[in-house]
Design a protein around this ligand. Structure first.
Ligand code: M6R
Length: 610
């Protein structure tokens, strides 16, 4: 939550900061600001609202500066007002911050008693005052920041400037993401790579405790925890700037939905050998001997990634018969889980920075489990702290609503399950080949599933005024019902519930009347007859039924007029195909309701605070 950007170099920093903030806006968008150095004075411009409001606000001034920091906020402490927007200032010190300072209240009270005046309700402002206290003692910015941070507890990534040391930016990382970009005679700090991808693909991913000093000449990094200068590891990022653009689509979400055939193809490319019938385990730092011994798997995640985890349990238990426990990360971390030694935890996270997921991952490690991270962002905290990483190569996901990240997570889980089944000798060579074969056909089938676009638009037009929505699924597609409901809630603000269809009679059936659209996931599988009965129950109570079914499924067509037809796949891959019309439906309903699809209210893309 919250996005940070910083620039030092020979170009005008202001458009670079604004452009960077636009790329980071998915991290928070309730207020924004920049600070810059001009005529040896630091200027701060902030406003409540989005980056375009900030852009408009500063437009007339035509500010030119060669060094600056900026911030887009998702409020934690204090309302989204101008005075609470970052950068915060005390004397000549300005700070942008992502994270939470847990002991800010005590620090603030102590400083207030000494006469320091605070102008915001934020936790961040204490950092400025602390650094100022030390610069006033004659310390340079590095030393002052180092001393100041000794008082601070919590998670933070900060960018700092000092009016009296005009040619540098300081960046410190502790449990919140922060990366550096290296250009020629120019350097960047940012919460996420797309913020400076237009200018450079050479990146340093900071470690916890790293304090980086950026000047036009170079970057030096001192680790505050290790008390020593550390070597910089520069990585070349394969993402291209166009990957982080809308590419002609009205919204990132729609672009990302339509990117799925490519994203899935990239996620499977080079990951298995059809001839040998093997998954390339080395790439994920996994060994067959380790998989062979595995008797228990925990799948942990938040939000949409948690739905992927739920599907993972269905796949693994059905294909390999290894028991799985699925947890929402915020529950796992506090529930005193029983984790037998030698268990594997699979954490699933698009961003790799979700605070609860990271805490759950650390807890599992503390309890002696190995951790495999299924993650989309290269070099993210989850990826770095895990024992193995399965990167989903879906490319940057900018829309707050997760779509292509979800289906590539499911793809990764499918491949992992095959590897496990092979290690445990649960599948023969022929069966494995058939599973791989089906996977190779998946991008094409996803392309075909996307052809339901027009049919989905029609349904969206019919039901976009609904006040509630019900999604029903069974078995491996029950999590897809949850996913459909979550997506609709988060971007259209319609109240929606996902239910296992068999639970209807235990309560939710009371909701059904002629105003309620009910979407049933009815693939041709072992529970088709069961869900058909549930659909009859909905119909006979006047509910408005929509079904997603396999093409040619006459049993569904004879019962329902609104049917979205999906191509056939094997059982394990149906959740990927069946999630496509649900994501599209949420999207089109949100558009018809004139909602801000890519930046829904109250949300942020990466939930980096608890
Ligand atoms: O980055 P992560 O996968 O860890 O994020 C988890 C959730 O915050 C995320 O999936 C969220 O639920 C999405 N907004 C759903 O579309």
């Amino acid at each position: 939550m919250c996005g940070i950007i910083g620039y030092i170099g020979s170009r005008n920093a202001v458009p670079i900061l604004i452009n960077g903030l636009k790329r980071l806006e998915y991290r928070g968008y309730d207020s924004a600001g920049i600070s810059f150095l001009k005529n040896n004075k630091i200027g701060v411009r902030r406003c409540a609202g989005k980056i375009k409001d900030l852009e408009l606000y500063i437009k007339k001034e035509k500010i030119v500066s060669h060094v600056g920091i900026g911030h887009t906020r998702w409020a934690t402490h204090g309302k989204p007002t101008e005075s609470n927007a970052h950068p915060h200032r005390a004397g000549g010190i300005v700070v942008v911050h992502n994270g939470i300072i847990e002991n800010y209240f005590e620090l603030k009270e102590g400083m207030k008693k000494k006469g320091q005046v605070f102008t915001s309700d934020t936790d961040t402002e204490v950092i400025c005052h602390l650094i100022l206290t030390y610069t006033q003692k004659g310390y340079d910015l590095e030393k002052a920041t180092k001393e100041a941070l000794k008082h601070v507890e919590g998670a933070y990534a900060i960018g700092v400037m000092n009016e009296f040391e005009p040619d540098k930016i300081l960046a410190v990382k502790n449990d919140s993401p922060l990366v550096l970009g290296l250009g020629k005679g120019e350097h960047f700090i940012a919460s996420d790579i797309p913020a400076f991808l237009k200018y450079t693909r050479d990146v340093i991913i900071l470690e916890n405790g790293d304090m980086a000093t950026l000047t036009t000449e170079g970057i030096s990094i001192f680790n505050l925890k290790k008390s020593k200068t550390v070597k910089q590891k520069v990585e070349k990022i394969s993402w291209t700037p166009t990957m982080a653009e809308k590419g002609g689509y009205k919204h990132f979400m729609l672009k990302e939905i339509f990117e799925q055939p490519r994203a899935i193809a990239d996620t499977i490319r080079g990951r298995f050998s059809l001839e040998k019938g093997t998954v390339n385990l080395k790439e994920f730092s996994l060994r067959e001997s380790m998989l062979k011994k595995l008797n228990k798997i925990f799948l942990v995640a938040c939000g949409t990634s948690w739905h992927a985890a739920m599907v993972g349990k269905y796949i693994i238990e059905d294909m390999v018969r290894v028991p799985c426990e699925v947890d929402i990360a915020s529950e796992f971390r506090y529930r005193q889980p029983i984790v037998p030694r030698g268990s594997l935890m699979i954490v699933i996270t698009q961003s790799g920075e979700t605070a609860d997921t990271l805490a759950a991952q650390r807890e599992a490690k503390r309890l002696g489990a190995k951790v495999l991270s299924i993650c989309n962002v290269v070099g993210s905290t989850s990826a770095r702290e895990a024992d193995g990483v399965f990167y989903t190569h879906s490319g940057p996901e900018i829309g707050v609503a997760s779509t292509k990240a979800f289906t590539t997570q499911l793809t990764a889980l499918y491949l992992f399950s095959i590897a496990l089944a092979k290690a445990k000798e649960k599948l023969g060579a022929k069966e494995i080949k058939a599973l791989f074969h089906e996977l190779l056909l998946l991008p094409e089938k996803v392309e075909k599933a996307l052809q339901c676009d027009d049919a989905v638009k029609k349904i969206a037009r019919k039901y976009h005024r609904a006040q509630d929505f019900l999604y029903l699924g069974r078995g491996i597609n029950y999590p897809i019902a949850l996913e459909g409901a979550l997506k609709l809630k988060e971007i259209s603000y319609i109240h929606a519930e996902g239910y296992p269809a068999g639970e209807m009679k235990h309560g939710p059936i009371a909701l059904i009347d002629h105003n309620l659209p009910v979407l049933a996931l009815a693939p041709d599988d072992n529970v088709l007859e069961k869900i058909l009965s549930n659909m009859e129950e909905v119909k006979s109570r006047g509910g408005k039924l929509i079904a997603v079914a396999h093409e040619g499924s006459s049993k569904v067509r004879s019962r329902v007029s609104n049917v979205l037809s999906m191509p056939e796949t094997n059982y394990y891959l149906t959740p990927i195909i069946f999630s496509i019309p649900l994501h599209l439906l949420a999207y089109y309903i949100a558009v018809l309701r004139k909602c801000n699809v890519d930046q829904p209210r109250n949300l942020a893309k990466s939930v980096t605070v608890e």
